[in-house]
Write a protein that binds this ligand. Structure first.
Ligand code: MN
Length: 347
């Protein structure tokens, strides 16, 4: 049933592309490899097909993905008063994740296309294609372009490959399936150079990023008998090293990579004073971190989610660890408070 719906959603998306001329493509704030790769790929395809197409700048881009833009710039805001035929949302599960310049408003349009792989997606477009079994929106777009028999240039393939590579954690996360690997392999036949992409994504960091990582790693701790690991990036660390918070992109993988850890947490003080951004990762489907994020008005996937809390470092850490303990308990992994090792980090 689901597959039939997906197939018809895909056909309707292709008709909407063919029948319209003026497009806006949007992706989520705090963009990652999947959102940037998908945005750039679809933008290039539509421009190549002679469409007038705006891909809106989603917010600070981690520098390792800038190569996908090939020196081109994205508009920071949309021209006002413009009527759009089609607005395409990529990897955006809810209105709260729209680029900030839009003020939580989807631009008025005839057709609203919602393409996403977040189970929690609650956007009602005129066409909705939400496939939680897909590793990434990049993988979905690969299927869409092939289904439409559009040609996939090596630039488009590179953007989609980067999306799949990064959303699967370099083909290490549970969303690494035969479907995602096959899509990546086909993209290589369209002209991707995997070593070159890896060099950009993983081998072009700044020295300061590693200096920040050094400070953050000093706060790394485990609790609940080693099932939970957490780490802090504080305002003070960012100021000390003199970097923007985007440099902490990917830090969540360090607590995640400790043996025996089921849930990894990264606490980041990046916005206004007293606000803490919390990233959560789980290794198993029965420990659902999006449920924890939702308790604090955040969201995400079962295995990767996030939320923002206000309060002191101690309070935020305590609230999150308590919620994680309950989630572990529900999953049959007892996590009594007494197994909490060490006192909450002062950040
Ligand atoms: Mn994604």
């Amino acid at each position: 049933m689901k597959h039939r719906e997906d197939a018809s959603a895909r056909d309707r998306i292709i008709s909407a592309i063919e029948e319209n001329d003026v497009f806006v493509i949007l992706t989520h704030v705090s963009p990652d490899g999947d959102s940037i790769g998908s945005l750039v790929a679809l933008w290039r395809v539509l421009v190549h097909r002679g469409k007038q197409c705006f891909a809106l700048f989603p917010g600070d881009m981690p520098p390792e993905y800038l190569f996908l833009l090939g020196g081109e710039d994205l508009p920071r805001s949309l021209p006002s008063g413009q009527k759009w035929d089609v607005v395409v949302l990529l990897d955006i599960p809810s209105i709260s994740r729209l680029p900030l310049s839009l003020n939580r408003q989807i631009p008025p349009c005839k057709e609203l296309i919602n393409i996403d792989h977040h189970e929690s997606n609650d956007i009602r477009g005129t066409i909705n294609w939400v496939d939680p079994s897909a590793s990434s929106v990049g993988e979905m777009l690969c299927h869409l372009l092939e289904h439409a028999r559009y040609d996939v240039s090596s630039e488009v393939a590179t953007a989609l490959y980067t999306a799949i590579l990064t959303d699967t954690g370099s083909f290490r996360f549970p969303n690494t399936t035969s479907s995602s690997l096959r899509a990546a392999a086909r993209l290589v036949t369209y002209g991707v150079n995997p070593a070159r992409v890896a060099q950009h994504v993983y081998g072009s960091h700044s020295l300061r990023k590693f200096q920040l990582l050094g400070l953050a790693l000093a706060t790394l701790q485990t609790c609940f008998s080693g099932k939970v690991a957490y780490m802090w990036v504080t305002r003070k660390m960012l100021d000390e090293v003199g970097v923007s918070p985007v440099e902490a992109d990917g830090f969540i993988n360090f607590p995640r990579e400790i043996k025996g850890v089921e849930v990894a947490i990264l606490f980041k003080q990046e916005g206004p004073e007293g606000e803490v951004k919390v990233s959560l990762r789980s290794k198993r489907r029965n420990v659902v971190v999006s449920r924890v994020a939702e308790m604090f008005h955040g969201g995400g996937h079962p295995l990767a989610a996030g939320c923002t809390l206000s309060g002191s470092a101690e309070t935020v850490q305590e609230l999150i660890l308590k919620a994680i303990a309950e989630e572990l308990e529900q999953a049959g992994m007892a996590a009594s408070a007494s197994s909490l090792s060490g006192s909450p980090s002062k950040g």
